[in-house]
Write a protein that binds this ligand. Sequence first.
Ligand code: PDD
Length: 276
Amino acid sequence: EKVYLNGKIVTADNAKISVFDRGFLFGDGIYEVMVQLENGMFYKKAHLDRLQDNLDKIGIPYNVKEIDDNLDGFLHAAGLEGESCLIYMQVTRGVAPRKHAYPKNVPPSVMMYALPYNLPPINLKNMKAVLEPDFRWHRCDIKSISLLGNIMTNETAMNANTDEAVLVRNGMISEGSHTNIFFVKDGNVITHPANEHILNGISRQIVIKLCRKLEIPVIEKPVAENEIKNMDEAFFTGTTTQVASIAQLGHHVFYENDAIGEVTARLQKAFAELRK
Ligand code: PDD
């Protein structure tokens, strides 16, 4: 397995970083996940733009053009040129003596790797999710490598034999531990606005655009936990999830069997077209 680390392509065994890397000590870094399909990278520009935005937000001086310029060469070296694969990228503030203050003139640590990966089928359904308090911080718009809140809540979902944890802040549904969530009510699609309480998913943005194209009204407002029972449909979006129909959320059952809502199915179909 090959890893891109600070401008070099090395084997995973030789991909070593200092224990004083601020990613390791503070979780001081940003990551991205995107996929390459057989017909090309899926929304590469949107993912790299988000990475740049996030680095700018936390003041890591790095231009993602370097990653962009090296991506094809890296995939070639990894034997994944033109193959379906998942690409992980991360940039941390670099190696410096442990002090909270940002170090000056330290080069960021840049890493990426890729692994063969097939997207789930587009008609993913029967997702089950638990509801968990959203005890994360107030900058969930930043795709920080510090994911304790996400992994702790996800673990609750795994222990309950479900697929995802859906997070609730002040009685309102924010997002999943690694997905965005949408609801459908009376033909309207409803999802949390892109503010500091959610990650503005690329898949989320794609689905909103698809709704506009299909003339499905979109309302960007948080749904209250106690309104779930009044919703007609619900689905997750995410790079690794695509558009996945939710059968059960907390105690509320949307579908007893293999059923899927009409709007969710339409959006899955439209999303699948983008993969061609
Ligand atoms: N997770 N919300 C959170 C908290 C996420 O971590 C993710 C993605 C999303 C969906 O974003 P997008 O559509 O851009 O993938 C929403 C990635 C896949 C991960 O952590 O592996």
